[in-house]
Design a protein. Structure first.
Length: 277
């Protein structure tokens, strides 16, 4: 008898119109490799709650901003928690999966993040800047993002948004992890063309920076992307910690690193299924 293969429901929105990249290509290629180890079916995030009971686990990948299907996601999350459905990434993430409150908490704790507040009485804690960025706490993909002068902040900082100084950074860089293991890093040399990514070789200090946030998040299994910017002072500052459905930009890495990532994800999924079986 051949070994029993686990059944995965892979959640993706193949039609999502991402700017500067094609989510669908990444998921088509990645699922073609995961099928070597698992029985697998793809579904739209709006259908996940209705289909998940027929599978051993749900893998949430390039499913697009939750704001576009908030009711369906809330239903999926509630049902999955109630039925103890295996979800990868696990639904215990403390970062983007739970909204943007973590940026306020990390900023208040003095961690290396872009200074962030959400109330008028805290605006004095932000460094002086020519312009400030205001974005919804539940936002994604720059939805609802505003860039405004300081004088407009008191009328906008109502607790539902994040307020940050607009940092004139040298470049953005992203670090990609499977479980707690670093896989690769990519950066955008031109801040105006943030999706034109190139391989980045992190220093020991860079890796310690990224690993610190992965450890903080306490996810034993799953894929995380640590997004940072290189501040004018030379230090890295956290932009966001994506732990729900991080786009992986696998087309920007070489074959060796791509194969290593696929192998790491397969191994992670096997460990995840064994640990929760």
């Amino acid at each position: 008898m051949p070994p029993v293969r686990s059944r995965l429901l892979y959640v993706t929105d193949l039609a999502y119109p991402a700017r500067g990249r094609r989510y669908c290509d990444e998921d088509i290629r990645l699922t073609s490799r995961l099928r070597e180890d698992f029985d697998l079916a793809l579904c739209n995030p709006r259908d996940a709650a209705a289909l998940m009971d027929a599978f051993d686990a749900v893998v949430v990948r390039n499913s697009g901003p939750v704001l576009e299907y908030q009711a369906a996601y809330d239903d999926f999350r509630a049902r999955a928690l109630d039925r103890k459905t295996r979800v990868y990434n696990p639904l215990t993430g403390r970062a983007d999966m739970a909204g943007k409150q973590y940026l306020l908490d990390l900023s208040a704790a003095g961690r290396p993040v872009i200074p962030t507040v959400d109330r008028p009485e805290d605006l004095h804690r932000l460094p002086a800047a020519d312009r400030y960025v205001v974005k919804p706490k539940l936002g994604a993909d720059s939805i609802g993002l505003l860039t405004v002068p300081a004088g407009e902040l008191p009328g906008l900082a109502d607790g539902s948004v994040l307020v940050q100084p607009r940092v004139e950074f040298a470049y953005e860089v992203s670090f990609y992890f499977v479980d707690h293991d670093f896989q690769y890093a990519l950066y955008a040399p031109d801040p105006e063309r943030r999706w034109e990514l190139r391989p980045y070789e992190p220093s020991r200090e860079d890796l310690e920076f990224a690993e610190g946030f992965v450890e903080w998040n306490t996810l034993a299994h799953g894929i995380q992307r640590v997004d940072a910017c290189r501040a004018p002072s030379g230090e890295l500052l956290l932009v966001e910690l994506e732990d729900l459905n991080p786009y992986l930009s696998l087309d920007a890495v070489d074959d060796t690193r791509r194969e290593a990532f696929v192998a790491a994800m397969k191994s992670s999924l096997h460990r995840f299924l064994a640990a929760t079986g």
